[in-house]
Design a protein around this ligand. Structure first.
Ligand code: DI6
Ligand code: FE
Length: 398
């Protein structure tokens, strides 16, 4: 397949923009990209009418499999009750855990598909989904089977992450130690045995797990060959990111309260900073992540929706990119890198996120003149087509 008459945001460097470009796809991979005038001749090309082509977008942090609904907590927070206080009084993550435990795999697949489809409608071709609303072994494995099922049901690659250390489940309220042991000695081995996850994540926070508890979970993850990610420094600075860096974590996520020494630590370990402006927006946080320091130290920044029923019920990667620009001060090229090349890196995937020879032919085609157009409006979706593994899976290319 040869695509012609397009502007290609290759993401090699900044946007890596090639105007009036052509892209050759062979066997599901990018075979060639460059100026149209230099394209291989003698092939019938598909005229993209001057549209913008980017890599398929990557949402590297979501919790989109869950049961129940937390709209009432949204109302409570607007009435002045803090997210952490709702969590302490048995709401928050615990309320989603109760609902998720009672639902069948089929019910969870059905509700998750609606959310996933909203993401796919904006050009997502790779998405990460976490467990963490079951906490007990049975429900965590159930959630992860649902995640694996979603991968089969839609033209999207789904990365699965085991987030057992999301909250202390009610049955372990007086035995934190026992729960950490269950994660390390029982659930992680089961997850690995059934190949249900690619990585392990944890919530390191005063209302969740201490740095020491999280480190024990990571020891078990590392021993079982799973990659490591962390919800760190979202509501306070506990030093979780630094500890995650010592495990060469793929990413540390949220990081509003990350300090300079934390930034230096993740710069050294090559860990990606995943910024989640949706949660910042919904929780009306005041402290933005240390973007200037991250830039200064050359830390790759990814952006993700954090789609979840509590702190970030946002189903739009384009809106999230806009928020990263408006709320965190990212440049639009940084925002686009955050959902392409750096999103891939946050998942440890080096075969996607750029339009360069050898990478997967996952492409989004936009009715847009320039890449900055993707971050600029809110509530306007210029997606016209999606190519996944070299095949058109959305829209039509004539
Ligand atoms: N941080 C988050 O933003 C989500 N999980 C986490 O550890 C929120 C989860 C929820 O409120 O349901
Ligand atoms: Fe999250």
């Amino acid at each position: 397949m040869l695509l012609t008459n397009l502007n290609a945001a290759t993401m090699r460097d900044h946007y890596g923009l090639i105007e009036d470009a052509a892209i050759l796809i062979e066997d599901g991979r990018i075979a060639w990209v460059g100026p149209r005038a230099e394209a291989p001749s003698g092939m019938h090309g598909i005229n993209c009418q001057g549209r913008l082509v980017t890599p398929g977008l990557i949402d590297c942090h979501t919790h989109l499999v869950y049961g129940g609904n937390r709209a009432h907590e949204f109302e409570m927070r607007l009435g002045g009750i803090a997210y952490a206080d709702i969590a302490k009084s048995g709401g928050g993550i615990a309320s989603t855990v109760r609902a998720t435990r009672t639902q069948s795999e089929g019910e969870l697949v059905a509700s998750a598909l609606k959310r996933l489809d909203a993401l796919l409608a904006e050009g997502i071709t790779t998405v990460e989904i976490k467990s963490g609303y079951g906490l007990d072994e049975r429900t965590e494995l159930k959630m992860l089977r649902v995640v694996r099922e979603l991968d089969k049901l839609r033209p999207v690659d789904v990365a699965a992450t085991y987030l057992g250390a999301h909250a202390i489940p009610p049955e372990f309220h007086n035995d934190r130690e026992g729960y950490v042991k269950l994660i390390c000695e029982q659930v992680i081995p089961a997850v690995v045995k059934f190949r249900l996850a690619d990585a392990v994540d944890a919530f390191c926070e005063k209302i969740a797990f201490t740095v020491e508890e999280t480190a024990r979970v990571f020891e078990a993850a590392r021993a079982h060959g799973l990659r490591i990610k962390l919800h760190a420094e979202q509501l306070s600075n506990l030093g979780g990111a630094k500890m995650a860096a010592s495990f060469n974590a793929l990413s540390v996520d949220h990081i509003e309260y990350l300090d300079d020494s934390g930034v230096e630590a993740i710069a050294k370990s090559g860990t990606v900073a995943v910024l989640l402006p949706g949660a910042f927006y919904y929780l009306r946080e005041k402290q933005a992540p240390p973007v200037a320091a991250l830039r200064h130290h050359g830390v790759p920044m990814a952006i993700a929706t954090d789609l979840n029923p509590g702190s970030s019920p946002i189903h739009s990667i384009l809106t999230t990119m806009n928020m990263a620009c408006v709320l965190f001060g990212l440049r639009p090229d940084e925002a686009l890198r955050g959902v392409t090349v750096n999103g891939a890196r946050a998942l440890g995937l080096n075969d996607r996120g750029m339009i360069v020879p050898g990478m997967k032919a996952d492409l989004a085609i936009w009715d847009a003149e320039r890449p900055g157009d993707l971050c600029y409006p809110i509530g306007y979706n210029p997606l016209t087509a999606v190519i996944k593994n070299g095949k058109t899976v959305r829209g039509t290319l004539s």
